[in-house]
Design a binder for this molecule. Sequence first.
Ligand code: F6P
Length: 743
Amino acid sequence: MFRTFRLSLRFLLPLLAALFALAYVSMPLIDALTLRWFVRDLDIRSAFVARTLDEQIAELSASKSYARIDALLERAAADERLFALGLCDADHRLVRKTHNFPAAVDCGVRERARPGEGFVLELPRGPLHVSVADVQRDGEHVASLVMLHDMSFVQRRSEDTRKYILWLFTVLGLAVALITVAVAHLSWRGWVAGVRAMLRGEGVIRPFAQPRPELQPLVGDLRALLRDMQNERREHDATTLRWNPEALRRLLKDQFSGDEVILVSNREPYIHVRSAQGIQVQRPASGLVTAVEPVMRACSGTWIAHGGGSADRETADAAGRVRVPPADPAYTLRRIWLSKAEEKGYYYGFANEGLWPLCHIAHVRPVFRSEDWEQYRAVNERFAEAVVEEAHTDDPVVLIQDYHFALLPRMVRERLPRATIITFWHIPWPNPESFGICPWRGEILDGLLGSTILGFHTRFHCNNFLQTVDRFLEARIEYESSTVSFGGHLTQVESYPISIAWPAAENDEPVAAARARIRRALGIDDEQLLGLGVDRLDYTKGIVERMRAVERLFELHPEWLRRFTFVQIAAPSRSSLDEYQRFEAQVRATAAQINARFGDSAWQPIRLLVEHHDADSVRAHYRACDVCLVTSLHDGMNLVAKEFIAARDDERGTLILSQFAGASRELHEALIVNPYHIEQVAEALHRALAMPASEQRERMASLRQLVREFNVYRWAGRMLLDAARLRRRERIAARIGEHSEAA
Ligand code: F6P
């Protein structure tokens, strides 16, 4: 209220000044006007007095009854207003007068007073109204009656009038002020509510709830302004910053003033396993872990994940906490222990038999079971509790990873309403028809919309998500700014293509040495060209199609027989699921069949390595090969493509990349293929193997520049910057709200 009053003062003070100036200027005018009215009044009164007296005076004059004339005049002058009367004879001499007739007045006043119209005579005692009337007898002028009315009452009244006018204007001014403040306050609140809604993305975006009519013309402009400012800022931040661990740390410090970071994923970054050599630390074959781990090393904080290693418990403290990386601790890993039943229902069942095939178009039918769903919900609850346990403040930054935790954002939001929740969905998001198959689609969408920011790799997946929300929820969606307002909370849905750390590794062995060493290990001669695939054994990766393309290459271009070998590194994955066992069998059978067809005891065209390879070994293979094949049937991003590029500091080697992997939207210098089109992939392989060194260099240099710049620090940084902006926006909106409530 005080704020509104202060704002209103800017308008009120000039208004009140104008009112008082008007009052001041109007006083003489009002005086003149009232004087004219009083003079007119006294003229009429004088005419009346004259009519009452003239006959008697005429007769008394004729009979020379002067004493009676005097008495008559004195009686008449006893009237409150009539001050004095005088009588002038025909020769204009003042012959009779009341006792108080002023000496300064004589019969000369006849000259100034016209019949029926008196005038005001200023005397030292005060103003007098002077009027003169003819006294006639038988139509003949016998005398003039001079009537003097006291006008001091006019002055008194004029003073009274001034006083009243002053009061009137004062009261008027106060009333105007009060009304102005009230109206301004109400409009301010309305505006505030409207602008607040716009800041939150509400009101302006719902077709059924239009913004206030007076805001309507401004809505477009305000939104455009906000968007321009955001975009400018975004572009500025994105282009001017060199993204590296230090930039990320600085960003956290500046934008979040050191707020704590809590990351949640199913897969843990360091797995302790018991082996014959004692407890060993393994790094999982996971794009998610590859990307996110360097970010966590830069940000510190706590990473909450399922502790699935056989020696995980004995290497953690009683609360499941262990500092990692083991060699150089930078953050805390908090392990969550899951029972066999929980892991079966939540991870294998709902996440990997339900959501995984649902979101990937790989023609494997999703399976949804109620008991899996119950476990999924219960495990999400357990992780939500863990987030609360690990949070030291009520507004931590919570980074939730992937489809294992679709319900977690809402659960965290309910427990920590002030938290900044950034959820990243690492796999594709299908179209509404496909997603509609899920019996718990509403709950999943609701869960995800607890996030502050919901990220996907590509704009295409963002749009699929928005359309799915549109189809199944009563939410307000603004496509232009890519926001969803649901249950009074705003979620930004944005694309953030994930990437890898840059530089990826230091002290690599030279490429020539790696080439020789790997070939030796594979038992092939130095001249052989090498093709490479690196994947988890997953039906979405297009491994069978890739091997069929190698087979087709030998059919179409037999000159490559014995000159080209294809190595497939296949990390076992989710192997307790039937679908994955069937797939592994199919991969093994395909490799065996092609090897039987083209190979012999001295040379096998396909080398299938179904085993875990550590990061160094994979990197050596990237450096040793001539062509890397990424032929996913459907993939959110695929980081193998980017890792291969990062490993090739010699600017050699060619990447064949599926058009159905998110990476193909960025890596245009790769040979882009449709993995279902076997001949096309075979021809791409032929072209890659025959590609001149200069072309390889040109393509690889450009790809490396892109991955260097669009690295994983930028991925995390952009999300954090957007979250910081949203956080500020929410806080400004809340502050506007507080003021309007306090007002
Ligand atoms: O693509 C989704 C994803 O979570 C990846 O980030 C990761 O490479 C893979 O799945 C890991 O799968 P899992 O943890 O089931 O072995």
